[in-house]
Design a protein. Structure first.
Length: 846
C-alpha cells in the first residue's frame, strides 16, 4: 500500500476519487457527490452507442474548426463541446450543477440551430439530448440533484427550415484563415486518427472508430448532412491525399503504433477505457503539488508527440516512457484508487503486448503497397537525400523553373525504385494574387501540396530561409552556386489566400523541427525590398473588384501551375498594402566618354565571355549611352545565382547556319558581349555584340540563341534532338526569332505581285470579316433598340405611376380642404352652416 497522504489529487485526467485537497471555490455549491455525478454523466455520454453501433457523441468531442465551417461561429454564439465540459470538470470551474446542465444542453441546442433537420449532426444532437435527460433523471432518483436542477433550460427558439443555414450558404461564405496553431493541431489529430485505425466493438461485432473524429470528417458530415454526395466526398479525399505526406513506417514504428492502439482498447469493470485517465498531464496551475512530487511527468500525448517526431530509436526506449507513465500514476495515487488499479492492469497488459510485437518478424510489417521505408535517406547520383533536405524538382511545365520543395518521406517500392514525398513551394508567378501585391526577390510560398516523386526527378539542392533570418545571413558551407530562397507566407491554392507564417518550425517535417543550421552573419542586417508582381501585366481593364477569383493555368498533373493570375478583389485584412514607391535618385553629373577601344582581332569572336572581365550592365545605361562602371560584389554578401542552365564555353556562330545567322552583324569586327542574366532566363546564350567605335558605346544586341541545362536537354529524346541544330556538346539550340529570309536576286521584267491563291484567300477573308462586322453591328443595333424600348416602357410606367399618385394626393387635399371649410362654417353659423356655405359658393362662382 502506498503511504496515506494528507493531500489527494486527480491525475492526468480527472480521477474517479474524491479530491479533498483541491476544494472548490468558496462560492461553489457543488458537492463531492455532484462532482462525481458530473464525471459519470460525461463518461456515459462518451461510451453511449446506438443499436447500430453509431457513436452520436463523435461530432461533439471537440469544437468545430473554423477552416471547415467558417460561418459556424457567426451563427453559434456559445459554442460548447464535450472537451469543454471535460476541462471544466477537471479544473472544478462549475460553481453550480445548473451551469453544468446548461453546458450540456447547449450541445444539442447548437446542433439544432446550425444544422438542417435532415443533417446527421441534427439527429445526433437529439439523441444526446434524450440520453443526458435520462442520466440526469438517474441522479435525481439517487438524490444527487433536484428535479428543478436536472431540467434543461430554455436556450432560445430553434430556427425554421428556411432560416437554417444551407450547405450552399455555408460553402459560399468567405472562409476565415485558420491560425497556424490550429493547422498544426489538426495535422496531429489526423495523424492520431490514422494511427488508431479501426477498432472492433466486441459487444456488437461491428467496426467503429474510437477517439475524437477527424475535423475533415466533421466538416464533410455537417456540410453534406445525411445525403452525402459521392462526388463531393471524392473531391475532398483527393485534396486530402495530396494535402499530407503518406504513411511510411519502419517495423519498429509499426510495433509502437500497434502497442498504442491495443493499449487504448483495454476497459475496466465500468466499461470505461482505462487509458482515458492517462491522456494528458494535469494542469500545472491547478495541480502544482503533482509536479512537486512527480519529477519526470509522462502522459500519452507526450509519448505520441515523441513517436510522431521519430524520437524513439527502439521499442524498448518507447516502453521505458510507458513504464514511467504507469509508475508515476502508482506512485501518486492511493492503492485502492481506480487509477492505481487501472495503471497496474495497463502496465501488465502493455508488457505482454510489447513482448508479442517484438517477437513478430519484420516481414509482418511490410506495407500493403510494398513500400519499404528508408529512414536514413536515398542515394541518387552519388548524393544522400534525406528528410528535411531542400531540393529542386524537375518541372514538366517549365524546365527552366524547377520546383522548390522539402523532402518529407523516403522509401522504395517492391521493384526497388526509390521515391520521395516532398512539400512544394510556389513561385510568385504561380499563385493567384491581387495585382498590386509585392514580393521579395527570390521569395517563394509554402503550399499544402505534398506529392510523391521518383528520385530521378531531383535536379539539385537549394535552400529556403525564413524571412526573419534571410536578412541576417546565409547558411554556412552552403554552395555558392545553389539557389537560396526566402519564405514569409503559406499559400492556399484553393482559396488563393496568403497567411504569414508565425513559427517556422511548424512548416518543417517532424524529424527536423528540433534541428537548426549554422549561419554566416552579415556585418549588418540587410534591408529587403519588395518588387511588384511579376504577372501584374495579366490584369485586364475589364476586371472588377466584385469578380470571382481568376483561375491559374495548369499543365502537368504533378507540377505547379504554368502561370498564376491576378485580380482586383478587395485586399484581405491580413494583407499589407504595397510599399511606397522609392524616390528617384538625384541626377548625376555626366561623365566623359571612355577612350576609343582598340579594334579586335579577326578571331575575337571565338573568345569566351570570361575573357572580357566584368560585364557591363546594359540596363543601367542612360539615354546618352554612357558606359556603366561595374561594381564589385561585397565579400560579406556572396552573389546568389538563380537556377539556370550552365554557361556555354564559347559564344561563337553555329556551324551550318549559313547566311541566316551571320546576317545579324558583320563577323569581322564584332565580339560577343554576354548580357546580365535575369532571374529565370537561361544563362548559356549565343549572340552578336556591338563594339566601341570612335568613343561611342553601342549597346549589345538582344539574345538570339540559348540552350537548356543538361537535365532539360536530356529530357528531350535523342532521336528528336538529332533533328535540330545543336552545339558542340550536343545540346539543342533554341532561337528567339526565325531566321532571316534572304530574297533571291530580282529578275528584270518579272512581275511582282501576290499569287492567285493568296488573293483569293484574302478576298474570302475580307468577305468573312465584313459579314462578321455587319452581324456585330446588327446585334448592337438590335440590343440598343431593345434597351431604348425598355427605357421608354420604364419611363411610361414611371409617368403613369406619378400621375396616379398626383391625382390621389390632389383628391386627398381637396377632401381635407372641404372638411376644414365645413368645420369653419359650422363654428360660425351653427345649424345654418350649410345654407351659408352654399350661398358663399354661389357668390364665388358668379
Amino acid at each position: 500500500m502506498a503511504p496515506e497522504r494528507v493531500a489527494q489529487s486527480s491525475t492526468p485526467v480527472p480521477t474517479t476519487e474524491n479530491d479533498q485537497a483541491t476544494q472548490p471555490a468558496a462560492e461553489s455549491t457543488v458537492t463531492p457527490e455532484q462532482h462525481d455525478g458530473m464525471q459519470s454523466v460525461l463518461d456515459a455520454v462518451y461510451a453511449h452507442r446506438q443499436e447500430d453501433g453509431h457513436d452520436p457523441s463523435e461530432l461533439f468531442h471537440r469544437k468545430v474548426n473554423k477552416r471547415y465551417l467558417p460561418d459556424y461561429y457567426d451563427v453559434i454564439k456559445e459554442p460548447v463541446a464535450l472537451s469543454t465540459i471535460k476541462s471544466k470538470i477537471a479544473k472544478r470551474e462549475y460553481s453550480t450543477f445548473a451551469e453544468y446542465v446548461r453546458d450540456f444542453a447547449l450541445i444539442p441546442h447548437n446542433a439544432q440551430v446550425y444544422n438542417r433537420p435532415d443533417a446527421g449532426a441534427y439527429h445526433d444532437g437529439l439523441e444526446i439530448k434524450r440520453f443526458i435527460q435520462e442520466e440526469f433523471k438517474k441522479l435525481v432518483e439517487n438524490n444527487v440533484i433536484t428535479a428543478e436542477v436536472a431540467a434543461l433550460p430554455y436556450l432560445g427558439e430553434i430556427p425554421q427550415v428556411e432560416d437554417a443555414p444551407s450547405v450552399a450558404a455555408s460553402a459560399g461564405a468567405p472562409a476565415a484563415e485558420p491560425d497556424e496553431e490550429d493547422e498544426v493541431e489538426d495535422e496531429e489529430e489526423q495523424d492520431d486518427d490514422d494511427e488508431e485505425g479501426e477498432d472492433t466493438d466486441d459487444s456488437r461485432g461491428k467496426p467503429r472508430k474510437r477517439g475524437r473524429p477527424r475535423k475533415s470528417d466533421i466538416a464533410r458530415r455537417e456540410m453534406l448532412g445525411s445525403k452525402e454526395d459521392p462526388s463531393k466526398l471524392a473531391d475532398m479525399d483527393a485534396r486530402k491525399k495530396r494535402g499530407r505526406p503518406p504513411r511510411v513506417d519502419t517495423p519498429m514504428e509499426s510495433r509502437i503504433k500497434n502497442i498504442m492502439k491495443a493499449m487504448r482498447k483495454i476497459k475496466n469493470s465500468d466499461s470505461t477505457y482505462m487509458i482515458y485517465h492517462f491522456d494528458r498531464l494535469p494542469d500545472k496551475a491547478a495541480m502544482p503539488e503533482y509536479f512537486n512530487e512527480i519529477k519526470n511527468p509522462m502522459a500519452v500525448d507526450v509519448i505520441k508527440k515523441k513517436q510522431k517526431r521519430k524520437k524513439y530509436q527502439s521499442v524498448e526506449q518507447f516502453m521505458a516512457d510507458v513504464e514511467l507513465m504507469f509508475e508515476n500514476a502508482k506512485r501518486y495515487n492511493e492503492d485502492d484508487s481506480q487509477i492505481y488499479k487501472d495503471a497496474v492492469i495497463l502496465q501488465a497488459e502493455t508488457r505482454k503486448l510489447a513482448a508479442e510485437e517484438i517477437a513478430r518478424p519484420d516481414t509482418d510489417f511490410v506495407m500493403e503497397d510494398g513500400r519499404i521505408p528508408l529512414p536514413n535517406g536515398v542515394l541518387h547520383n552519388g548524393e544522400l537525400w534525406k528528410v528535411g533536405d531542400w531540393i529542386h524538382l524537375a518541372n514538366p511545365n517549365d524546365l527552366t523553373k524547377p520546383i522548390p520543395a522539402q523532402i518529407y518521406r523516403t522509401w522504395q517500392d517492391a521493384s526497388g525504385s526509390k521515391f520521395i514525398n516532398a512539400c512544394w513551394y510556389y513561385r510568385p508567378e504561380q499563385t493567384v494574387h491581387r495585382f498590386d501585391r509585392h514580393f521579395f526577390d527570390n521569395e517563394i510560398v509554402k503550399t499544402g501540396q505534398y506529392r510523391d516523386h521518383s528520385v530521378d526527378e531531383i535536379v539539385d539542392r537549394c535552400f529556403v530561409m525564413f524571412i526573419t533570418r534571410y536578412s541576417k545571413g546565409r547558411p554556412r558551407n552552403f554552395p555558392g552556386d545553389k539557389e537560396i530562397y526566402v519564405c514569409e507566407s503559406r499559400y492556399n491554392d484553393e482559396k488563393h489566400t496568403f497567411n504569414k507564417i508565425k513559427t517556422w518550425a511548424s512548416c518543417l517535417p517532424d524529424e527536423v523541427r528540433d534541428k537548426d543550421y549554422e549561419m554566416d552573419i552579415f556585418p549588418e542586417v540587410k534591408k529587403l525590398k519588395k518588387m511588384a508582381s511579376p504577372i501584374a501585366y495579366l490584369l485586364k481593364d475589364e476586371q472588377k473588384d466584385t469578380d470571382d477569383f481568376p483561375k491559374a493555368e495548369w499543365g502537368s498533373d504533378n507540377a505547379p501551375p504554368k502561370i498564376g493570375a491576378v485580380h482586383r478583389r478587395p485586399r484581405d485584412a491580413k494583407d499589407s498594402p504595397p510599399p511606397e514607391p522609392t524616390p528617384s535618385p538625384p541626377p548625376r553629373e555626366p561623365t566623359p566618354p571612355p577612350p576609343p577601344q582598340p579594334r579586335p582581332v579577326p578571331n575575337a569572336a571565338a573568345r569566351t565571355p570570361n575573357s572580357f572581365g566584368q560585364r557591363p550592365n546594359q540596363h543601367a545605361l542612360n539615354a546618352a549611352s554612357r558606359p556603366n562602371v561595374p561594381t564589385p560584389q561585397s565579400a560579406a554578401a556572396p552573389m546568389q545565382r538563380p537556377y539556370q542552365p550552365q554557361a556555354s564555353p564559347a559564344a561563337r556562330p553555329i556551324p551550318g547556319m549559313g547566311s541566316g545567322y551571320s546576317a545579324h552583324g558583320p563577323q569581322t569586327n564584332t565580339v560577343p558581349r554576354p548580357q546580365q542574366a535575369s532571374n529565370y532566363a537561361p544563362q548559356n546564350r549565343y549572340q552578336q555584340g556591338g563594339t566601341y567605335s570612335s568613343g561611342n558605346y553601342q549597346a549589345p544586341q538582344p539574345i538570339e540563341v540559348y540552350t537548356l541545362n543538361d537535365a532539360g536537354n536530356a529530357a528531350i529524346p535523342l532521336d528528336i534532338r538529332e533533328q535540330f541544330h545543336r552545339d558542340e556538346y550536343g545540346r539543342v539550340l533554341f532561337f528567339t526569332s526565325p531566321p532571316l529570309d534572304v530574297l533571291p536576286p530580282r529578275k528584270e521584267g518579272a512581275a511582282v505581285g501576290h499569287s492567285a491563291r493568296y488573293l483569293a484567300a484574302k478576298i474570302k477573308r475580307d468577305k468573312v470579316l465584313k459579314e462578321k462586322r455587319k452581324r456585330d453591328e446588327d446585334e448592337r443595333e438590335a440590343q440598343e433598340q431593345e434597351r431604348a424600348k425598355a427605357r421608354k416602357l420604364e419611363a411610361g410606367a414611371h409617368a403613369q405611376k406619378a400621375e396616379t399618385v398626383r391625382q390621389k394626393a390632389l383628391g386627398l387635399w381637396q377632401q381635407q380642404l372641404r372638411e376644414a371649410t365645413e368645420g369653419d362654417f359650422k363654428s360660425l353659423y351653427g345649424e345654418q352652416w350649410k345654407a351659408k356655405m352654399d350661398e358663399e359658393l354661389a357668390r364665388a362662382n358668379v
